[in-house]
Structures are given as structure tokens and as C-alpha cells.
Ligand binder design. Structure first.
Ligand code: CP3
Length: 355
């Protein structure tokens, strides 16, 4: 496909650990309910799922935060749960209760019925959105595609929705690990196909969200989460040259596993705010770029405090390439958009004076 040349490549350069004029910044959930224009488009769509499944509307909300803030990357507006939905689980959102599945995975027979969905027929709306967004961006900034990690997707597939203590999937891990491995294996195949299809449709970087890896004990993390992310890093073709499509493995609660994540062959690791970036950098020895990691709650603070905290985060990373600024997790619906602007501008101002 032929797209306009990139005007701002700071984000991709940082992921490739090349020098940049200022630290690039984007924000997880940058298109979301904290923006009044998002709420207006969502109301027009009728529901979150209708919004995510209509490429023109998904494109519209993807671009909204870029029109407001000086962000260095766009992220596809979609959801990680599109993949299990396409595998036949029946995703729906109960009002105020978050995502749920009509047909959760509860037995080996349920797992045996799963197959890698056909990307064109089952997830074509996602690929259409990727291509449309890439076209509408006209090279302003790169477009990030994404997927949930196999473990995080399996959490929702087995629990049937969000969970307090992950009792069902942890019981499966302990009582019938071979069933869970079968589930994770087919989900990993689906994730790899999904990310490859987004890349083919125009995504210029790819992020895997391992939101729930951190709820596992270290032994179970390595067996049920890390192993499958390593498979993605090893098996997903993302090119080798200057035109490669960098992969970011983000995980909440992954501070203990940075060396292991860097050893997967991923280009970048996304970290939450529970680890010092300088320490993360020392431990990963320049083998990967790092993305993060301001505590999202900082956005509730006064602008002056936000600037101080941004500077502290940039200082903790230190000089030299390989840093993408982000929050340690997503922006919340009750956060003030003006504070997001303060953050984004502070990252550019402080880092361009520092570099
Ligand atoms: O970052 C972005 O701007 C891209 C869009 C994006 C969404 N979800 C939009 C969304 C991304 C990358 C996701 C990923 C996602 N979805 C994750 C992993 C990231 C993370 O937060 O750790 C998870 C666990 C999900 C599952 C999911 N979808 C949840 C828990 C919720 C929130 C439910 C709620 O009501 O709070 C969703 C819905 C969702 N996905 C919303 C958005 C903007 C809110 C839906 C709405 O408009 O009502």
C-alpha cells in the first residue's frame, strides 16, 4: 500500500534507539472518555462496540487526541477483546460493568472448539480502520496497532469478563495446565495473525498489552504469560531494515521481568510506574527501547507538579536514545484534558533542552 511519507518519525526513531530532537510521547487510552469530543462521537455511534466496529468512526476518534495535543504517535481505536469476539465468544458491554463474554471458556471441550479466526472475514473491520486511519493521518505521525497478550486475553476468555482475583483462570493454571496451554497456544496463533494483518494494513508499530501478567507468581508468569509473548516476539515477522515495524511488549507489574522481556527479541518494553526508568535501563543494558512510565494519577495534580514529575521521569531515564514517554497505564475518564496537554508539552520542552 502507498501512504504519505512520515513527517514526524521521533517515535519510530526512539523505538529503534536512534537519536531524536525531543523525546516522543503518546498516552495509553489517549482516545477515550476524558475527551468530550470522544463522548460525542460515541453517543452518535450508540455504543462503544458500534464505535469500534465502524472504521469511519474509529478513525474519527483515533485522530481526536492528535488534533488537540502535540502527540508523536496515533493508536488504533479498538479493543483487545476483538480477537476472542472473533473466536466466537460473543463480546458485549453490560452498562457500567465493563466487557463480558456470552460464551466464556470453562472446559477442555470449549478450548477444543477454538480456532484462529479468519482475519479478512472476522476482523476485516479492524484492518479497514487501520488502513483508513493511516491514510487520514497523511504522515503526521506513525500509527500503532495492538493486541492483548495471550495471557491477558485468556483471563477475559476464562473469567467471562473482568475479575477481582482471577480465581477461574488460576484454578485452570493449577488444576489443568495442559488445557490452559492449549488455550494460550491457539490464542497466540490468533494474536500473531492479528498483528501481522494490522502491519499489512498499515500499522507502523505494534504493542502487546499484558495488563494482567502481574497478577501471577513469578513461576506461573514465566510459564503462562512470558512464554507466549516470547513466541510472538520470535514468530511475528516485522521486517529487518529501516522500514521495520517495532514491537512493544507492555505489561503492568512487569518490573521483575525486564531482563527476560528484553531477551525475547522485542524492540521495546513498556513499563508501569512501579520501577525507576534508570534502573530499568541499566537492567536491560540498551538491548531494547523503554516506554513509560509516569504514574497516571499524576494527571490529577496541579500543572506545575505535572511538569516537575515529567522532568523527574525524563531525568530518571537519563541522556541518550531509546525512550518513548508514556504513562505507566491508561488515562482515566475523569482526568482533565488540559492536564494531558501540560504533560505532552512538558515532555517536548524539557527533553529538547536536555538532549
Ligand atoms: O489507547 C487507546 O487510545 C486505544 C484504544 C484502546 C481501548 N482499549 C479503548 C477502550 C486500547 C488499546 C484498549 C485496550 C484494552 N481493552 C485493554 C488493555 C489495556 C489496558 O488498559 O491495560 C483491556 C484490558 C481492555 C478491555 C476493556 N475494554 C476494558 C477493561 C474496558 C473498560 C470498561 C469500562 O467501562 O471502563 C474496555 C472498553 C474500552 N476500550 C473503552 C475504551 C476507550 C471505554 C469504552 C467506552 O467508551 O465506554
Amino acid at each position: 500500500m502507498n501512504f504519505a511519507p512520515l513527517k514526524n518519525d521521533r517515535f519510530l526513531r526512539a523505538l529503534r534507539r536512534q537519536p531524536v530532537d525531543a523525546t516522543p510521547v503518546w498516552i495509553m487510552r489517549q482516545a477515550g472518555r476524558y475527551l468530550p469530543e470522544y463522548r460525542a462521537t460515541r453517543a452518535r455511534a450508540g455504543s462503544f462496540l458500534a464505535l469500534a466496529k465502524t472504521p469511519e468512526l474509529a478513525c474519527e476518534v483515533t485522530l481526536q487526541p492528535l488534533d488537540r495535543f502535540d502527540l508523536d504517535a496515533a493508536i488504533l481505536f479498538s479493543d483487545i477483546l476483538t480477537v476472542p469476539d472473533a473466536m466466537g465468544l460473543g463480546l458485549y458491554f453490560a452498562d457500567g460493568e465493563g466487557p463480558k463474554f456470552e460464551r466464556p471458556i470453562r472446559s477442555e471441550a470449549d478450548v477444543n472448539r477454538l480456532a484462529v479466526p479468519d482475519m479478512a472475514s472476522e476482523l476485516g473491520y479492524v484492518m479497514d480502520a487501520v488502513t483508513l486511519i493511516r491514510r487520514e493521518l497523511q504522515g503526521r505521525v506513525p500509527l500503532i496497532g495492538f493486541s492483548g497478550s495471550p495471557w491477558t486475553l485468556a483471563c477475559y476468555m476464562v473469567e467471562g469478563g473482568g475479575s477481582e482475583n482471577f480465581s477461574r483462570i488460576k484454578a485452570m493454571a493449577l488444576n489443568s495446565p495442559q488445557v490452559l496451554h492449549k488455550l494460550l497456544a491457539v490464542t497466540t496463533d490468533a494474536v500473531i495473525a492479528y498483528l501481522a494483518a494490522q502491519r499489512a494494513a498499515g500499522a507502523q508499530a505494534l504493542q502487546v498489552f499484558d495488563t494482567w501478567g502481574g497478577v501471577l507468581s513469578p513461576r506461573l508468569y514465566r510459564e503462562f504469560s512470558l512464554h507466549y509473548m516470547a513466541r510472538i516476539a520470535a514468530e511475528l515477522d516485522r521486517g529487518t531494515d529501516e522500514q521495520n515495524t517495532p514491537l512493544i511488549l507492555f505489561g503492568k507489574g512487569n518490573a521483575a521481568y525486564l531482563e527476560a522481556l528484553a531477551a525475547t527479541g522485542t524492540e521495546a518494553v513498556g513499563v508501569d510506574w512501579l520501577v525507576d526508568l534508570g534502573e530499568a535501563r541499566a537492567r536491560t543494558r540498551g538491548c531494547v527501547a523503554l516506554q513509560g512510565n509516569l504514574d497516571p494519577v499524576t494527571l490529577y495534580a496541579e500543572p506545575e507538579t505535572i511538569r516537575t514529575e515529567v522532568a523527574a521521569t525524563l531525568d530518571s531515564y537519563g541522556h541518550g536514545p531509546g525512550h518513548v514517554f508514556n504513562l505507566g497505564h491508561g488515562v482515566s475518564p475523569d482526568m482533565n484534558p488540559d492536564h494531558v496537554r501540560v504533560l505532552v508539552d512538558a515532555v517536548h520542552e524539557y527533553s529538547s533542552n536536555k538532549i
